[in-house]
Design a protein around this ligand. Sequence first.
Ligand code: ATP
Ligand code: MG
Length: 905
Amino acid sequence: METAEIRRRWLDYFERNKHTVVPSAPLIYDDPNLLFVNAGMVPFKPYFLGQQTPPWDRATSVQKCVRTGDIEEVGKTSRHGTFFQMNGNFSFGDYFKEGAIRLAWGLITASVDEGGYGLDPERIWPTVYIDDDEAFAIWHEQIGIPTDRITRRDANDNYWHMGVPGPGGPSSELFYDRGSEYGQDGGPAVDEDRYMEFWNLVFMQEELSAVRSKPDFDVAGPLPKRNIDTGMGLERMATLLQGKDNLYEIDEVYPVLAKAAQMTGKVYGAHSGHAATSSHPDDVHLRVVADHVRSSLMLIGDGVTPGNEGRGYVLRRMLRRAVRAMRLLGYGDKVLPQLLPVSLDRMKASYPELETDFGRISQIAYGEEDAFRRTLDQGTTILDTAVTKAKQSSAALGGSSTPTLPGSEAFALHDTYGFPIDLTLEMAAEQGVAVDREGFVRLMTEQRERAKADAKAKKSGHAHTEIWKELRELGATDWQAYQALSTEGTVVGLVSDGQRVDGLEQGATGQVVLDRTTFYAESGGQIADEGFITTPTGRLRVLDVQRPVKGLVVHTVEVATGEVKVGEQVEAQVDPDWRISACQAHSGTHVVHAALRQVLGPSALQSGSYNKPGYLRLDFAWNSALSAETRSEIEEVANLAVRQDLPVSSQYMTLPEAREWGALALFGETYDEQVRVIEIGGPWSRELCGGTHVAHSSQVGALTLTGESSVGSGVCRVEAFVGMEALRYLAKERAIVAELGRLVKAQPGELRERVEELLTRVKTAEREIATLRQQQLQAQAGELLAGASDIGGVRVLTHDGGDLGADEVRSLVTGLRSRLGDEHPSVVAVTGAAKGRPLIVVATNAAARDRGIRAGDLVRTAAGVLGGGGGGKPDIAQGGGTDASAVGAALEAVEGQLHNLTGVR
Ligand code: ATP
Ligand code: MG
């Protein structure tokens, strides 16, 4: 049975059983504690927590999930995907244990012809919480499962809570026995791969007063309203119903695996049995590829872009792991352009938006692969140098110890170049070099500790959230930012240093919550308003405005004069000049966005923005740098729109209506039922937006693009000044031009020609200087020749060339060598410096080489003394190091070695 069919049957079944079908929320959800939605219940959390009243008693969904904690399991177990879909049915105070168990049993055991999944009842092994006799009895007495197939498990496995005080309850999980070819007898407690968990039923029945760890919590009493939350892994059911060994072999995943196998010439499964836990490494790699490619597709589809932290890092890691796994399988070329479309092809049936959005998605994915390939190449060069060094120092110690790459080098490769440690290990091993893993692990641990400390520091800000929730319970802020610039209001709460207080005195900084305000809270890229709050005794300067929880506006203020107390009547006044400029900047952002799309096409979609009075910045999906012409075209289209004085209007509608209308929503944002659409010039620009705007486009004033840069793979950034700032910016540029004209004595129109002329003159002069220096050197060479000494019949000329550059040293050395002639064996060694680092060049003539003297050998010795390395051919070689004070010693080392060489012969 295809995955799409399993999904369809699920929704039909629960709809027939009076559940409302709720569409999947995006993977990024409005929950500060979650990186990604990781269970079907996440969007329903406010109902389970009693914060909101559910609009239905029963609901069902197929929710997109990503579990980052399962990354390491992928491919090694048979059942863990990083992305997967969780089918859920939910009861809010409606049916409970018996209902949930009966509904589950009904669907899985009904025959395929009857619309069910047709699982063999004999193979189903339920688990229950140790003391949940009620659930045990339902399974045994009502459903008829023999007692030896019902396992009682403790709170580590079968008790659910959110890790914080709140609702909790026992769970009952359903496992399917896949047979002895998958592992040992004995039920789920013995082998979780043979007995595969596919459904978890959670019975929320208790209020917890304290939670210390998963199994350690205090029950305060029964919940007034008992709820049901269940989760069935869609992929796991597909694995069972399609008779596959693991979830990477099902219809939605396997085609990518097959393609990867074909590309790498591997025969999947050739060396593995049924159990994933004992698979051949090649098979594990192929599964990782298939899983990660799909997860990346889904993540980018929901608005994640690769980055170095948080969500972006998870995506980056998965894309890189996929590329790397292909490398380990022996495939070095680009992989995503071949694999991503295969995954799209499988996923688009359930998620058609992936197809319409594939231009953007693939641009981001391919860009990231290209960047990673560069990283790999760069890292490889650095690794090779480090490996060579490790070999040299081992050789210097007589070659008795295995050459070892220091942990610090491996860590730097990992940390700075994103070069994975296992790749370092592997590539070093190929060259016969070991890696100091302990050192590496120590450095990694230190780094992790630092990260942990950081996270802790962030959490302490968490105490605030509780306060905001308390204040929010007093009522939502009556927010008047769109209607007025000033309003009267009452102080409902004050916070200082994370604590609620009754008053703030002159000079203090703290947070103020009013029942009503006109201040714009930072959001949607627009920064917070500036202004003042006037109290009966003084004035508060507003430094920042945020909305830490939905519906609550919080001003951070500094008490400029007087004081403020809870309960006081105050006036909130936004600085009108500030607001006008802020509106100009935000409308300007929409204008630039629309202009971008008009010039570049609809795939140039905004992925982030920032605006403040006079300035705006916009990031958008685009893979290459914009040419100067394209930029001025965008600038011109934007300014034309400003000049046309297009009306700017806002209206509210539902999200589907807004989509219908073609309004652009930001990826990954979550929106309310009613959304606000800002329109500029009718359909020319329609965007979902909560910001403040001008009434007519001409009010944006002048608009000038200042720069454009690439901020990450597949993302471009444009920056612009608007209004007065634009004029100031242009005036500043004009002043620079005037100043330059004065300096080079030219009119602005002639500047370019004049500068070009000057540059040519500089180049010519430089060339002349170089020639003169050469001549000087050759003249000096005559004097130097007199200083040649004799070592065992070889004429040897060493010279400290001071700060002569590499080219100069080389030509001096070759010049001296030819002047010494061919008749006698001769060797020349001269030192110099490049960018502050000492260097040495050694040359031999044919007669010297006949005596077994090689320039390369001499240079290696000398460069070693300089604290570096080098090499070259027997006739001429170059090396360098870091210790400039050792130049004399390096030349002596050359002479010393010549003594040895000539002495033995
Ligand atoms: P497991 O112990 O097998 O990792 P779990 O206890 O973490 O599973 P739950 O948190 O109970 O799983 O999630 C409910 C259901 O979601 C599971 O019964 C399973 O079918 C599915 N599921 C959980 N994690 C994954 C995953 N990484 N990939 C695919 N399906 C999953
Ligand atoms: Mg579970």
